[in-house]
Design a protein around this ligand. Structure first.
Ligand code: ITT
Length: 198
């Protein structure tokens, strides 16, 4: 089975990518490659940050294919926030629960009633030996709640209902999320390139 180093410290992302790719690839994240160091995410777009992670990560593992995912939530009424700052919305050391509290607070402050439309976006970058091989993007549109529903998924999942559904990603089965998520779509667009390198 070909090997893919996934340049992430977020085990939830790894679980989703491994489930989506199935038996086609052995996906190993930074837990299996503790020597891999990633440069700081200083970009102001998902693509810039995904490139930083993929390129810097791939320099640490010569010859290996490295995939990076930079993703986040964009809420229209908040001007696209939290966007690229999704992981740090409530502060540099914030965890996912802190970030959800911050988001709920910002939505409640807005002088507009629901629905609060928005989307998850994901940029995936494939690199090897410091060179970008391919860039793809995926999004899933939906709406945000001001109360959490469900304990599944991670990050903002309990606050997000994808279009066409009535339940949040915190309630919907992982299999459903992995068919329609921003991550699934970015990865689907990457599949042909991956297959040609397997
Ligand atoms: P790595 O940089 O190590 O990959 P990270 O979690 O810091 O991990 P990002 O910088 O890409 O990753 O930030 C993504 C944040 O966006 C993530 O921490 C969540 O808060 C949110 N997010 C992204 N995808 C999500 C999803 O599928 N469900 C819920 N929240 C998501």
């Amino acid at each position: 089975m070909p090997q893919l180093v996934f340049a992430t410290s977020n085990a939830h992302k790894t679980e989703e990518v491994a489930a989506i790719l199935g038996d086609d690839w052995r996906v190993e994240d930074l837990r299996a490659h503790p020597g891999v160091t990633l440069d700081e995410e200083t970009g102001d777009t998902f693509e810039a940050n995904a490139i930083i992670k993929a390129v810097s990560g791939s320099r640490s593992v010569p010859g290996l294919l490295v995939l990076a995912d930079d993703s986040g939530l964009e809420v229209d009424v908040l001007g696209g926030a939290p966007g690229v700052r999704s992981a740090r919305y409530a502060g540099e050391n914030a965890n996912a629960a802190d970030n959800r509290v911050k988001l709920k607070g910002e939505l409640i402050k807005v002088a507009q009633t629901e629905p609060f439309t928005g989307r998850f976006h994901c940029c995936m970058v494939l690199a090897r030996d410091g060179e970008v091989l391919h860039v793809t993007n995926g999004s899933v549109e939906g709406r945000l709640l001001t109360e959490e529903v469900g304990a599944g998924g991670f990050g903002y999942d309990a606050l997000f209902i994808p279009d066409g559904f009535t339940e949040t990603f915190g309630v919907l089965p992982a299999e459903t999320k992995n068919q329609l998520s921003h991550r699934a779509r970015a990865l689907a667009a990457m599949k042909e390139q991956l297959a040609s390198l397997a």
